[in-house]
Design a protein around this ligand. Sequence first.
Ligand code: SAH
Length: 341
Amino acid sequence: MPLDVFMALVLGHPEHGYYMCRDPFGAAGDFTTAPEISQMFGEMIAAWLADMWMQAGRPDPFILLEAGPGRGTLMADILRAVKAVPDFLQAAQIALIEISPYLRTRQKAALKGFEVCWYDGLDSVPVHAPLFFVMNEFFDALPLQQFSYQGGSWLERKIAWDGGRFTFYDEPVQIDPVAGLDLPPPRDGAVIEVAPERTLFMAALSARLRAQGGAGLIIDYGYTRPAYGDTFQAMRGHGFSDPLQDIGLSDLTSHVDFSALARAAQAEGIDVLGIAEQGAFLSALGIGLRARHLMQNASGEVAVDIQKALHRLTHSGEMGALFKVMGVGYGASIQAAGFQE
Ligand code: SAH
């Protein structure tokens, strides 16, 4: 079985899939995401989306879309923050793409009082209005393929069941997975990752933007130029685990190749408004100022927590440099905040 087929099953199998029946987030879970660290993350995203919506001429209605909303924390923070923006909430139709029935119930609880529609995929999201969207740690959950260069030819990484356990093996392929990529020739042992599902999702999203108008942000850990390297990983209990052990109990992910997403968007005629490190992006949007305001009104202990959260989200030794933010948009001449050098 190719790696991408394995990963899609491990994460999304209706009964045993990792995301299907559990809450993977927080201290008791397997990993923590930016919106779970602080409300300030969602507030910055809200400001960016509201600015884009205003630059687009305040379309009413519009679709406020999130893919892979987890516990619903980010969308709840966005909806709270945009109360200050006249007419935004009245015009917004909230759309969530989520495969996990369990996480849908969590999202429903987090977004109580709002009218929300859930979708299994992008195909069923309505087409009648502009899209303004955010996707945080969504693309890394979509499956990838791996190829390694050995003895002068490319092999695809696959997974076998030997009767007692899963093992990796490599199978020769006819394709050249690095064809057309801006990369030096491979050395023996080089690994390249490609993720057709991610590229296809980005292409479909871009086609929607072209047809419907709008703009959005994609945020994830990843890299901005094509690169060799094995980034496939399993996470369990806030540490790395063996991806072939405890199937369905640990999260499988890999770093996102933003250059591949950018090419997919551009091929659909969509503008990449910028790609920035998360720390620089959030700082340009004023997260430092926001933290100071919150700290002024907080007790000593809470103020320390706010300072810690700011550090975690923006410092280059924490999430600030590993995580990237890519803005995409279509229509009018857009000036996207957060991407200045
Ligand atoms: N954005 C959230 C959660 C990230 S985890 C946060 O930042 O906290 C990934 C999310 O994507 C989960 O909600 C998971 O159930 C969902 N997901 C994973 N694969 C998916 C797929 N193929 N289609 C739709 N949702 C998916």
